[in-house]
Structures are given as C-alpha cells and as structure tokens.
Design a protein around this ligand. Structure first.
Ligand SMILES: [Zn+2]
Length: 93
C-alpha cells in the first residue's frame, strides 16, 4: 500500500528529492508488516533516516514520535482509535 501521509516521492520532512529512503513509521518485525499493509511509511533523506538526528539515529526520538503521531492522526481520519491500538498496540496521541 502507498503512504497515507504523502503522494509525492520527496522527503516528508524537508521536501528534498535526493538520496531518498523509504521509512516504515512503526518498525520492528511485526510492525514493519503492519506499516507496509496500512501505508504507514514516508520518504526521508539518508540523513533524516539514518543520520545522528535521523529517525533511527541516536538523537532521533523526537522525529520518530512526530512521525508516529502524524500517522496515527491521519489513520484516525478514517478509523477509530480502538482500531489503531488494535494494529499497533499503543496510543501515541
Ligand atoms: Zn526506517
């Protein structure tokens, strides 16, 4: 499934179109599949993805949470909170 957060192939954070990587917003073995199936993914630059301040980086927790909240908010435009928690096991809002 395509991303529920963006239509264009550009960085979700900066709009850059260079060095893009696909990020699954809820990661880890089980959640990656859930993310794929429900479009919980965004394009990020290499730096935004795996750099020190990137979503998987040492100081990336703020960005990680922001993306999770954005995804939950968008999902809940068409689904209930209960449905979200059933999928992800957690409420981020
Ligand atoms: Zn990622």
């Amino acid at each position: 499934m395509k991303s529920i957060l963006q239509n264009k192939k550009e960085s979700y954070i900066s709009g850059s179109t260079y060095n893009l990587e696909e990020h699954h917003i809820f990661f880890g073995t089980a959640n990656r599949k859930v993310s794929e199936k429900n479009g919980f993914k965004v394009w990020l630059t290499t730096e935004e993805h795996r750099g020190t301040y990137g979503v998987h980086g040492k100081f990336g927790r703020g960005l990680d949470i922001k993306l999770k909240q954005d995804a939950q908010r968008r999902y809940e435009e068409t689904h209930t909170r209960e449905e979200f928690i059933k999928l992800i096991g957690k409420n981020y809002l």
